[in-house]
Design a protein around this ligand. Structure first.
Ligand code: SF4
Length: 371
């Protein structure tokens, strides 16, 4: 299997709880086999559907669950700012990595890794939604409530999904990750409908705030492998964090991109300044007390999230954007959850109308010019 760091990500799993109704599902069987294949032997318990998870203990809990809600959702986005119109395919919750700024710590009360094992329900819902509107394009992703690939070595979820979506050419799937597991590639019938995506940060932030993740070189090397195989990739500088020496750090990463990729290999690239719901700060103080960047000059934005003051934000985003543009990446750059004022200050433009940012990204995802 292609990929790196699998054992590091999953060896902490010491307990697996499986809902009774999915105990014989293909996914539960596969997870059991792959844990054994990795030489891991966590306790394995079948529990009644809907039963509560135990209070967090020392180790990591994996719950294979029957999910009864909607699998296909709109991204929560944000009020009052330019939103990208992304749809989420909900495959599970939480992540085995532990980035200090991770928004999931504010979304979820616990850190149990939950994976929806009733995949036949997920595929039936997607089939209805995508099949009923064949003339409509969908840009979807799985990386909103979990990392798309961090548990792939155990679950094979993305492999299953890309195989299934091969029958729906009106759908473009983004797989957003900080690991370098490329096993999904083997199942992709159409590389032009799958967008492998990597989050990037400065080398300093990677070293201090993203424990367990693949190195920037590993991510970009994986991106290059995908590009050579006919995929276009997405990159996300998010969150860009202000710290002493940030310019040199982000400049280094921007320069590194072009050691691995050509501008035309990139479908789109987002820039987002660190922002957070106030309750994330409490979680960070507890889990990541050394993450001092959270004490910067933040003020509540129109959506209630704390944002760096606008001049500071515009400066950091413009610095990264200008460096990317000087190397030939331009029309694919967009700002994540920013106002028109910041768009103009950073890029000298706003998303085109009609269609706005959502339309622009749809075009870019499906290989249009986005111009
Ligand atoms: S990889 Fe993404 S989902 Fe996982 S901890 Fe880091 S920010 Fe959170």
């Amino acid at each position: 299997m292609r990929g790196s760091g699998v054992l590091e990500r999953v060896r902490g799993i010491d307990r697996v709880l499986v809902d009774e109704s999915v105990r014989d599902s293909a996914l539960a069987r596969r997870v059991g086999q792959r844990l054994a294949g990795l030489g891991l032997d966590p306790s394995w318990e079948v529990v009644p559907d809907g039963s509560l998870e135990p209070a967090p203990g020392q180790g990591q809990l994996l719950r294979l669950k029957r999910f009864r809600g909607r699998f296909l959702r709109f991204c929560p986005g944000t009020r009052n700012y330019r939103c990208c119109g992304y749809r989420i395919i909900h495959i599970g919750e939480n992540c085995p990595l532990s980035c200090s700024y991770c928004i999931l710590k504010a979304y979820f009360q616990d850190q149990a890794l939950r994976v929806w094992a009733n995949q036949e329900d997920l595929f039936a819902e997607l089939d209805r939604a995508f099949g009923a509107q064949k003339a409509r394009r969908f840009r979807v992703g799985t990386g909103e409530f979990t990392d798309s690939l961090a548990l792939e070595a155990l679950t094979g979820y993305s492999q299953d999904l890309v195989g299934f979506l091969g029958a729906h050419p009106n759908v473009c799937l983004e797989l957003k990750t900080k690991v370098a597991d490329l096993s999904f590639m083997d199942a992709v019938p159409r590389p032009d409908r799958v967008l492998p995506a990597w989050s990037l940060n400065s080398p300093d932030i990677w070293a201090s705030e993203e424990p367990g993740s693949a190195s920037l070189e590993e991510r970009l090397d994986a991106a290059r492998t995908c590009a050579r195989a006919g995929f276009r990739v997405c990159l996300h500088f998010d969150p860009i964090i202000l710290y002493p020496g940030w310019e040199q750090g982000y400049a280094r990463t921007v320069d590194m991109i072009f050691d691995y990729l050509r501008p035309e290999d990139v479908a789109y690239l987002s820039l987002g300044s660190f922002r957070f719901m106030p309750r994330l700060k409490a979680a960070m103080l507890c889990n990541s007390p050394d993450a001092t960047y959270v004490y910067g000059e933040f003020a509540p934005g129109l959506d209630g999230k704390m944002r760096l003051l606008r001049p500071l934000r515009a400066r950091q985003l413009k610095f990264v954007a200008d460096r990317l543009r000087s190397r030939g990446l331009d029309r694919q750059i967009y700002l994540c959850m920013e106002s028109d004022e910041v768009w103009r200050a950073v890029l000298g433009r706003t998303p085109p109308s009609p269609g706005g940012l959502a339309g622009l990204l749809m075009d870019l995802a499906f290989g249009g010019s986005g111009a």
